[in-house]
Design a protein around this ligand. Structure first.
Ligand code: VG1
Ligand code: CO
Length: 544
């Protein structure tokens, strides 16, 4: 096999964000752009000669082309084996599982997750380390550094690989195995949840479900697991066929984007249970008949009831949530006397805690939950968790949620996003907030008295690495919080996120509409940040 060394020039924008490098497809199609980044990853890793790399993506536009390039580069750089999902497909949790199961050196996951797909939309790539989780910051910083000085990349002169035929072939020094993307993952799910009980509850009609795959990667996973294995009626999985452009939709599971599902769940004769996943299948939205469960509540409810799930019957070692996620899970941890960790946004910060056995379950407000079964958030895992819970408790979703609030109180929660704001204006807003921080504590705005105002820094309790500037937090004496941060996954301008939460202990007030209940905090967020004033916008782009 002939290996070519191709001269290239650096691109200055290959700094990975919250979850890998995400750019427009057109950016990735520039000469050498993808190659530079992949070579920069390989150049910053050591001792992988002859070892195994897992490879797959969310199936969006450019996925197949990128996989062919990466195969040739992995061969040229000396990997010994590639494990690739059939059709180039692997959801991040399935890739994470394959890395762990095969004791691979790492994996490349091609995904822009919840971002739209197509020739004019987004593409992304991230590297996962040997524990199956996203590369921690010290790795991504090294990738970026290499990308700024790169002058050549290596690629093998070999024919394209047939990605659709399962099996193993040897090409020169590299073994290439195409695997079914679902089989191993489905087996793992069977080992975590009570499949016989689920089959019985679904088969008897006690649970009627609708899962919206949003024309993204979870289609084949959900069809196999929910319909074929658990007996949900054919058609229970909607938008099940993965499309390169997700049917022109935004594959982000929330009430704003999963409208078809939302209409069903709030319509007449609504199913008992509804759920959706994002483009790459690591997020989940949970709904019941006429109820939407916020991701922060979902995490807390899972933690509070985990002992009812076979794999977690012994209880949890601890829990973790990203900083902007509501404090609902903290209340569960306090009651069960288990540790609760607060990490920066992004799954890479959970890896060390999971590896060290400090936590069993973790989650983010952005529709992500997961456990120590893999090192990624896992959409279908969360769906099966909820199904298992409903089957065990013999209670509808709404009752499970209301009972939880009764016991722990309700953390009323919402996130407001302002997308595609000019970067200068967005940075100006953050600077403005930052400059106000030192004088905010003690100030009173009606019943809201500011208890602390700071910029979140995190010291990893395992490796002691420190991550600064992880979002601006303003906490109030009554437990409410407002958090401001800039997104690290967008590809156009800047996205400003405002996270709002207020604790309500009074059961009489648990059924309020979140936006109405948070109205004072929403006003206060504007007073403090001047987002509307500075952007000229009258309302957020998306409210979740
Ligand atoms: C967003 C979410 C974050 C999540 C990340 C990746 O990041 O807020 O919680 O981990 O996306 O999710 P940001 O920086 O835009 O706020 V996914 O499903 O894109 O892998
Ligand atoms: Co995702």
């Amino acid at each position: 096999m002939q290996i070519e060394t191709i001269t290239t020039h650096p691109y200055d924008d290959q700094n990975p964000g919250t979850s890998g490098l995400r750019k427009k497809v057109k950016t990735f199609q520039q000469p050498g752009y993808l190659e530079n980044f992949v070579q920069s990853i390989f150049d910053s890793l050591n001792d992988f000669a002859g070892k195994t790399l897992v490879l797959g993506g969310d199936g969006r536009y450019f996925n197949r082309a990128a996989i062919q390039i990466i195969i040739k580069m992995a061969a040229a750089n000396g990997f010994g084996e590639l494990i690739i999902g059939q059709g180039g497909l692997l959801s991040p949790p399935a890739a994470s599982h394959l890395i762990r199961k095969n004791q691979a050196f790492g994996g490349l996951v091609l995904s822009a997750s919840h971002n739209p797909g197509g020739p004019d939309e987004d593409f992304g790539i991230k590297y996962n380390v040997a524990n199956g989780g996203p590369a921690p910051e010290k790795y991504t910083a090294a990738f970026y550094q290499c990308s700024q000085a790169i002058d050549c990349y290596k690629i093998a002169a070999m024919a394209d690989i047939d990605l659709d035929s399962i099996g193993t072939q040897q090409v020169g020094d590299i073994k290439i195995t195409i695997v079914d993307p679902v089989t191993d993952y489905a087996e793992m799910m069977q080992s975590i949840f009570d499949f016989p009980l689920l089959k019985q509850s679904i088969g008897s009609g006690y649970i009627r479900l609708c899962f919206d795959a949003m024309h993204a990667i979870t289609g084949p996973y959900a069809k196999r697991i929910l319909e074929d294995m658990l007996g949900a009626k054919p058609g229970s999985v909607i938008n099940a066929e993965p499309l390169e452009d997700f049917g022109g939709h935004h594959p982000d599971p929330n009430l704003a984007h999963a409208q078809e599902l939302a209409a069903k769940m709030f319509g007449p004769d609504a199913p008992t249970f509804g759920a959706a996943s994002d483009g790459d299948g690591d997020r989940n939205m949970i709904m019941g008949s006429h109820i939407f469960v916020t991701p922060s509540d979902s995490l807390a409810i899972m933690a509070a009831n985990a002992h009812l799930i076979p794999a977690y019957a012994k209880g949890l070692s601890g829990v973790a949530r990203s900083m902007p996620t509501s404090q609902a899970v903290d209340r569960v941890a306090a009651k069960y006397a288990i540790p609760c960790y607060e990490t920066p946004t992004g799954w890479k910060f959970f890896g060390n805690l999971l590896d060290a056995g400090k936590i069993t379950i973790c989650g983010e407000e952005s529709f992500g939950t997961g456990s120590d079964h893999v090192r990624e958030k896992d959409g279908l895992w969360a769906v099966l968790f909820w199904l298992n819970l409903i089957a065990r408790k013999r209670q509808p979703v709404a009752d499970i949620v209301h009972d939880h609030w009764l016991k722990f109180g309700r953390d009323i929660y919402s996130r407001h996003d302002y997308e595609a704001v000019s970067s200068d204006i967005a940075n100006g807003i953050i600077e403005h907030l930052r400059s106000r921080l030192p004088t905010l504590a003690g100030q009173a705005f009606d019943e809201y008295i500011i208890k602390y105002a700071d910029e979140f820094s995190y010291q990893d309790p395992i490796d002691n690495s420190i991550s600064h500037n992880q979002g601006i937090r303003i906490g109030f004496e009554n437990g409410s919080r407002i958090v401001f941060r800039l997104s690290g996954t967008g590809t156009v301008g800047a996205t400003l996120r405002i996270y709002l939460e207020r604790f309500e202990v009074d059961a009489e007030k648990h059924d309020q509409d979140a936006q109405a209940a948070l109205a004072d905090l929403i006003d206060l967020a504007e007073q403090l940040s001047e987002i509307k004033k500075r952007t000229g916008r009258t309302e957020p782009t998306v409210i979740t």
